[in-house]
Structures are given as C-alpha cells and as structure tokens.
Design a protein around this ligand. Structure first.
Ligand SMILES: NC(=O)c1ccc[n+]([C@@H]2O[C@H](COP(=O)([O-])OP(=O)(O)OC[C@H]3O[C@@H](n4cnc5c(N)ncnc54)[C@H](O)[C@@H]3O)[C@@H](O)[C@H]2O)c1
Length: 325
C-alpha cells in the first residue's frame, strides 16, 4: 500500500472522524481540517496522540492556511458542510455559505496550489429530489432538488466537475444515503432518543410516519468510501460518481418502533404531526428515497447491513452514547 497524505475537511464531524480513524489505521498520514461548528474534539480525541495526524482549526469560508495544507495533500476528502436539511426552510444562506462558498474556496486553493489532486466529495441522495424511479440510479435525470441543502450539494458537484476538467485534477463524487451510527448528532434516531428520554410515554413523530428511506451503517459507509477511493486511484476516469447506500429502505414509523423497543418503552404512544406537503416531516423532506447501488456492487463491494439492521445498530450505539453524556 502507498502511504498518502490525506486531507479530511470536516474531519471532526460524524463521518469525517470515522473516516480519519480508518485512514490512520490503513497507515496514511491525515490532516483534519474543521471549524468545529458542528464537529467535536471528543470525536477525534482518541486519535490525537497519533503522530500521523495533524489537526487544523480552519473555517473554509475564510481560509487562511488552506493553500499550504492543500499543497501538501495527495487526496482530499471534502466532508465539511452543514448537513441539516431542515434549516433550509428558515436559513437558506447557511447552505449557500457552508456548502457552496466553502467548496468554491477549497477548489480555488486546489487550483492555485500545484500538483493535480484527487478530490473525494461527500454528496447526497437529496440531489435527486423526488425521483420518479426508485431505487434511483446515478444516471437518473432531471435532477430537481427540493431542499436548499440538495441544491447546494448539486451546485458543489457541478463546481467540482468543472474544476476537474478545467484545471486537470480528478474528482470522485459519492452520493450518500442517510448515514447513521455512533457520533452522529442529528437525524431521526437522535431526535427520537432525545424525545423518549424527555417523555417515555409519548413520542411525537414529524410527518405521517410513512416517509420511507434508505439508511447505511457508518462502518459500511467508511468501507465504501475507502474502497471506491482505492478503485478510483487505479482507474483512468477524470470524474466518477457513485451512489452509496444499502439495498432496502425503512419507514419513519418502523424506526420509531425500533428505537422505542431498544429504549424499553415498547408501549409508548406515537403522535404523528401529519407534517407538511402530504406527510413530509418538513419542507424539503424527500418522502421516498432509495439509491440503486448496482454500480457500487459491480466494483466488488457490498454493504454488510441492511437499512433495518443499520437502524438497530445505530439506535443501540446512540442510546449508549447518550447515556454516558
Ligand atoms: N450524515 C449523513 O447522513 C449524510 C448523508 C449524505 C451526505 N452527507 C455529507 O457528508 C458530510 C459529513 O456529514 P456528517 O453527517 O458527518 O456531518 P457533521 O456535521 O458531523 O460533519 C461536518 C463537519 O464539517 C465541519 N464544518 C462545517 N462547516 C465548516 C467550514 N466552513 N469549515 C470547516 N469545517 C466546517 C463541521 O464542524 C463538522 O465537523 C457532509 O458534507 C454531509 O453533507 C452526510
């Protein structure tokens, strides 16, 4: 294996901290760049003694040291973003700044700082919007995001591919399904755990409970990212794009049942808010999402867990994690 210098933007966040851990385990050197807006020191505390890890506190919206960091990196995993779909309804500017502007600044630093790089970008299923074909393939069109989050990520994809062709670097775009597991601090499972802790008799569920989506356990996600990065490093494609998810989907009502069983409150009463726009949890919430992972599976890798197993594993881990806080 070739030891590479890896830059992980958003490396103190949920997915970024797990990815950093794996890259260090594989023997690479890693620079974690994070502004700690949502990332936490405790996510990477256990890695800080590793001499192959460098931590840089930096905001991609106003970068100061980014140029020299980029110059020293071989592969850049760009995960820094604001991933909260819900905030688009009240604060769309955040998605513009944290996602589009931050990505533009990173691309400019790459352009101005030398040797061609590989950029691996954490995109999202929400770029597809309300796809008419589910499971949805990478070549599905037209892409009509229904949230400012999905729109911002689609804009990032376009900037990244255009920079790759114009300035001669390579880009791997990964459209992730819902990723769940320890260290995650947002999303439906975290929300249910907090609510059941506050009131073990009643659980308010946003929407009609029939929202049905695909979930992937964090260890599968990290394996997929490193596997696809390795595969891409051996290919001649300038730009490649993969869906990353599991082979099934679960409803929000099923997630509520799993979380309440894991919290020993199986008889809790569910209250559905009914939601907006035909049962969505919030404006911009895609009701049905499952990514086709045929292209990923053809590369010789498949996830170990289904969505249902992922929900159970993540609920267990997060209940334990929350109990120790
Ligand atoms: N978790 C999911 O289900 C999911 C699904 C699809 C795509 N993604 C994408 O994967 C990436 C990681 O998501 P996550 O769930 O780990 O979120 P996260 O919030 O835990 O991680 C994002 C990290 O980026 C950092 N960050 C944000 N703005 C920054 C800035 N301007 N400069 C430097 N650092 C900044 C945050 O502090 C945080 O540590 C995001 O790009 C997200 O959009 C996540």
């Amino acid at each position: 294996m070739i030891r590479r210098m890896m830059l992980i933007t958003g490396g103190a966040g949920f997915i970024g901290s797990h990815l950093t851990e794996e890259l260090l385990n594989e023997g690479h050197k890693a620079v974690v760049l994070d502004n700690f807006s949502n990332g936490k020191m405790e996510n990477i505390q256990h890695l800080l003694g590793n001499p192959s890890l460098t931590l840089v506190k930096e905001d991609l919206k106003k970068p100061r040291k980014l140029g020299q960091i980029v110059k020293a990196s071989d592969t850049i995993f760009h995960l820094a973003a604001n991933p909260e779909v819900k905030i688009g309804e009240t604060d769309p500017k955040t998605h513009f700044e944290e996602n589009i502007l931050a990505t533009f600044n990173l691309l400019e630093a790459i352009r101005k700082n030398g040797k061609p790089k590989t950029l691996v970008f954490a995109s999202t299923s929400t770029v597809y919007g309300e796809a008419k074909l589910v499971p949805t393939r990478e070549d599905y069109a037209p892409l009509i995001p229904i949230s400012t989050y999905g729109a911002s990520k689609l804009a990032c994809e376009a900037l990244i591919t255009s920079y790759a062709y114009t300035f001669n670097h390579r880009a791997l775009i990964l459209r992730l399904a819902n990723i769940i597991g320890p260290r995650s601090n947002h999303g439906v499972i975290v929300d249910f755990i907090k609510k059941i802790r506050a009131n073990p008799r009643e659980l308010t569920i946003l929407g009609d409970g029939n929202q049905e989506k695909s979930y992937m356990y964090i260890s599968d996600c990290i394996e997929a990212i490193t596997h696809l990065t390795e595969t891409f490093s051996k290919s001649t494609e300038k730009v490649d794009l993969f869906n990353v998810g599991s082979n099934d989907k679960v409803t929000v009502a099923q997630i509520a049942k799993t979380v309440s069983e894991e919290m020993n409150t199986p008889n809790i009463e569910y209250k559905f808010t009914g939601g907006v726009d035909g049962g969505r949890g919030w404006k911009g919430d895609v009701k049905i999402m499952q990514l086709s992972i045929d292209k990923l599976v053809k590369t010789g890798w498949k996830p170990s867990n289904s969505s249902k197993q992922a929900v159970k594993l993540a609920a267990r881990a997060l209940i334990q994690e929350n109990a120790s806080h």
